[in-house]
Design a binder for this molecule. Sequence first.
Ligand code: ATP
Ligand code: MG
Length: 427
Amino acid sequence: MKITRLHGFKDMFHPETQRLRSVEDTVRKVFERFGFSEVIIPVLELSETYSTGLGDTTDIVQKEMYTFETKGGEWVSMRPEGTAGVVRAYIEHSLHRKSPVTKLYYSGEMFRHEKPQEGRQRCFNQIGAELFGSRDPLADSEIIAMLWLAVTELGLSEHVELELNSIGKPAERELYKKALLEFLSQKKDSLCENCRNRLTTNPLRVLDCKTDTCVELTSGIPFSIRDYLSEQSNGHLDALLRSLEEKSIPHRLNPRIVRGLDYYTDTVFELTTDKLGSQNAVAAGGRYDLLVGRMGGPETPAVGFAMGLERILLLLEKTGTRRNSPGKKQLVCIIHIGDEAREKAANIADDLRRKGMRVETEYENKSLKSQMRKANRTGAAYSVIIGEDELRGKVFSLRNMKTGEEKTIPLEKLAALGGHGDFRKLL
Ligand code: ATP
Ligand code: MG
């Protein structure tokens, strides 16, 4: 029987792995410029972390979590997102006592049992940031500016749009929900089945539905959530919009954005693109002033977002965006002829690697021709060739693989090479 990977899970190899790490690294450096530091949290948590954190009626908790009972009888879940775990850790380590404002970021795999398709996997990577301890709209603005700078540095700012909205405080949202429910109930038959269920569980989510008939119906709603926001909530949104204007961060107010998680208050935002079909969100976030309290910590305002790394990779590919990759170190191939040289080659390779060079050699005895072919195929910049004659004369041949230039050089010069391995000087 052939064992295969799970449906909806992916194996990733070079060069895609390198692209993913390079995107992650770019984003990480932007986060660090904004004073965020990394937190590493477990992939597995008690299921309560997510059911309390995200809310029982959310799609994630109701349908998408990998939940199971451990041998010890605990119910645990693979993390479907990062925020709830970071909040759990923030509370567990009383981070609010250490500093009034805490800025953390995380990066890693998330697990959701949803229908796999392009841009949607059951295991995917997110990098995300959370800012605790400020209620000020300038904190929202800073988080959004950070996200915007990250996509700018990735070369993607022309291909994405920042959409934002306010969903106010729970009491304000309740009033809006009521009005929405009244409006939608009258036209219940035009809703998709999923949305008909949502009328009882979470009517706001109908605004998020991508089914044509639902979109058509909700576009005709004659009122918006802003009509139900208090002066304070409206003021928060206005101050954020002003700050984004001043920072020249392009954005669009979209009253349809509600987000699928229960923990948001006031600001919600999404970074969307028209290049990835219906998987159009590459990052999403918002303010969640009630979550820390809800999870048993001291009332602490917070704001954050998460970015889907695989969707960023897809977008880079679809838009043909070229990124300056740091590039690999130049490769040196050690080519050997004869048994004695074979062992010598292994030692030379080891020595050069210790000096920091990238080195390939063959384990087995192979013909000069085949080893040369491999050196060419793997893109080696230089080859070090040792045969019996060379060993006897304590020399080696150095070949510049691009120009074909070749020279015989005393072996001791190889040992004396510095960490940068400047073979050019030897030729
Ligand atoms: P969507 O509407 O696409 O389902 P979401 O609202 O569930 O997204 P969030 O929970 O806010 O997404 O996660 C933030 C980001 O993580 C998304 O914008 C997306 O880029 C990425 N993401 C979410 N789910 C998946 C998935 N199943 N596969 C790949 N990336 C994902
Ligand atoms: Mg989703």
